[in-house]
Design a protein around this ligand. Sequence first.
Ligand code: GRF
Length: 216
Amino acid sequence: MPSEATKKCRFVILISGRGSNMQNIVQVIARHGLPAKVCAVIANRADAKGLPWAKEQGIPVEVVPHKDYATREQFDNVLARVVHRYQPDYILLAGFMRILTPIFIEQFKNKIINIHPSLLPLFPGLNTNQQALQAQLQWHGCTVHFVTAKLDSGPTIAQGIVPVYQNDTVDSLAQRLLAVEHKTYAQVVEWLAKGLVKLNEKGQVFVQGVRHRAIY
Ligand code: GRF
């Protein structure tokens, strides 16, 4: 058995597409020598653009195509079986575009983390950048949170914040936000790897005793 000092935090990352958050997390772990290992990258689509990159890094990749299953529950059961094989401490959703059912969530209680491109509780669901522009907000951002059965509503670990400019388009805003998403998710991964994140029974998150962490 490895000693506590050498024990690495085991992450499984779930993606559906480009995987730039996944890529950044893998790079940050290596660059900063974090006590962490990405044990697998799993996608729900064979054409997820991030898969070849993960494979090139020597990370095990798996595809569980959601289209092969008639119901969300059937898909979640198979996905859970695949994820269990890697015995993760945390499952990181990084642009994973499937809603997970309680069947999956309860098997990995308080171990699933998501990044959502809005300052939750504003704009759960899709098209968040468009909604931020339509609402004429001055600030927009992302939220890294624990996943619970209610969509985009679990306890927040950290939020990243960006300004919204008058001449912004959905694309320019999304691009500015993506850079902060990378920073915010990487920071949370570092805290998780170092065992600094605590979730209490009231659903409050503390990072080294502090709540409400914001990243700029
Ligand atoms: C990010 O904006 C994330 O917040 C959203 O999907 C996008 C994923 O980007 N859920 P990538 O696949 O990590 O590049």
